[in-house]
Design a protein around this ligand. Structure first.
Ligand SMILES: [Zn+2]
Length: 161
C-alpha cells in the first residue's frame, strides 16, 4: 500500500532582479505624456482610411501610409474581452506579484478603431460582461510617471443608468 504524501515540497528560485530601460519612442512618448500631464488618451488618424489608432503608431498597416494627425479619444469605452487572473505571477512592470484575483481586459475606447489592454477593478463574473462600459481611473497628479500604470485601472460604469 502506497504511503500518502502529506508534505509538498516547495522549491524557490530566490529573488531575482533585472533592471532595464528602453525608449518609448517619439509616438509612444507623446501618448504617455498626454496621459501623465493631461489624463487624456491621444490617438492618431489615418489620412486614407480614417481609422484612429490608440496607442499612437507611425504607419497605418492596411493603408501603409504615414500618419500625423493626432486626435483625442475618450477615456471611456467598452470591454471587448477579458479574463480574471487567478494564478499569480511576477508582473514585469513592477517586479512583484500582483495579488490575485484581478481582471485584465481588452478595451475599445470610444472614438478609436483599435484596442488597449489594461486592468478592470472588478472580478465578479456577474458584473463583468463583454460590452460592459468602463472608464479610466488615473493615478493621482503627483504619482504619474509616464507609464501605462499612470492609468490605475478601468472602472465599470453603472449599467443601470
Ligand atoms: Zn489607413
Amino acid at each position: 500500500m502506497a504511503e500518502k504524501r502529506k508534505d509538498l515540497i516547495k522549491i524557490s528560485s530566490g529573488e531575482a532582479e533585472q533592471p532595464f530601460r528602453w525608449s518609448a519612442g517619439a509616438d509612444g512618448s507623446k501618448f504617455l505624456t498626454e496621459i501623465r500631464d493631461h489624463k487624456r488618451f491621444m490617438g492618431i488618424k489615418c489620412p486614407k482610411c480614417g481609422k484612429v489608432y490608440v496607442p499612437i503608431r507611425r504607419v497605418c498597416g492596411p493603408c501603409y501610409v504615414e500618419m500625423e494627425e493626432l486626435v483625442p479619444v475618450s477615456d471611456e469605452g467598452s470591454i471587448v474581452t477579458y479574463t480574471v487572473v487567478q494564478f499569480g505571477f511576477v508582473d514585469p512592470s513592477t517586479g512583484k506579484q500582483k495579488p490575485v484575483p484581478y481582471c485584465y481586459a481588452v478595451i475599445h475606447l470610444d472614438g478609436s478603431d483599435s484596442y488597449i489592454l489594461h486592468f478592470v477593478d472588478e472580478t465578479d463574473p456577474e458584473k463583468l460582461k463583454i460590452g460592459a462600459r468602463v472608464k479610466a481611473v488615473f493615478e493621482d497628479d503627483d504619482k504619474r510617471t509616464g507609464s501605462l500604470l499612470d492609468i490605475k485601472h478601468f472602472a465599470l460604469l453603472d449599467q443601470t443608468g
